[in-house]
Design a protein around this ligand. Structure first.
Ligand SMILES: [Zn+2]
Length: 139
């Protein structure tokens, strides 16, 4: 107990005033992991080495961000990343939700809105709630 407490205090002292782990760090580590796995399947040695080198650079960048003392700049970079990533992550989350929902069929309107129709009711006329466009849909 005493040893664990001392280790926790040492880590807390080490990380005091530093950026720590944020979403951009996790994204860099995830990208490094994907590149590492991908490099295992690639035959040409030059491409494999390049992917591993790129993954290593991403990992070094993540570690540098974690221990950086320039917190304001790291937070600004993370905010830029979240601003860029937000709509894409939401689109992926919505896509997985639509894929998991087996009781409804999702139809995309020409205006970009996803309309939900229950499955198994036959052919229905769907009217978009946003633009009012009608469409015949088989469910
Ligand atoms: Zn529409």
């Amino acid at each position: 107990m005493d040893l664990i407490y001392r280790i926790r205090c040492a880590v807390a002292r080490l990380m005091y005033g530093r950026n720590g782990v944020d979403r951009l760090c996790w994204a860099l580590v995830l990208a490094q992991f994907i590149l590492s796995v991908l490099s295992g399947f690639i035959r040409p040695a030059a491409v494999r080495i390049a992917l591993r080198l790129l993954g290593f650079v991403l990992l070094v960048l993540a570690i540098r961000r974690i221990f950086s003392r320039d917190v304001a700049r790291r937070r600004a970079e993370n905010a830029k990343f979240l601003y860029w990533c937000g709509p894409r992550c939401a689109a992926l989350r919505d896509m997985s939700y639509r894929f998991a929902d087996k009781t409804h069929k999702y139809v995309k309107c020409s205006c970009g809105v996803w309309c939900r129709v229950p499955r198994g009711v036959g052919t229905v006329e769907l009217k978009c709630p946003k633009c009012g466009e009608s469409k015949i849909v088989k469910t």
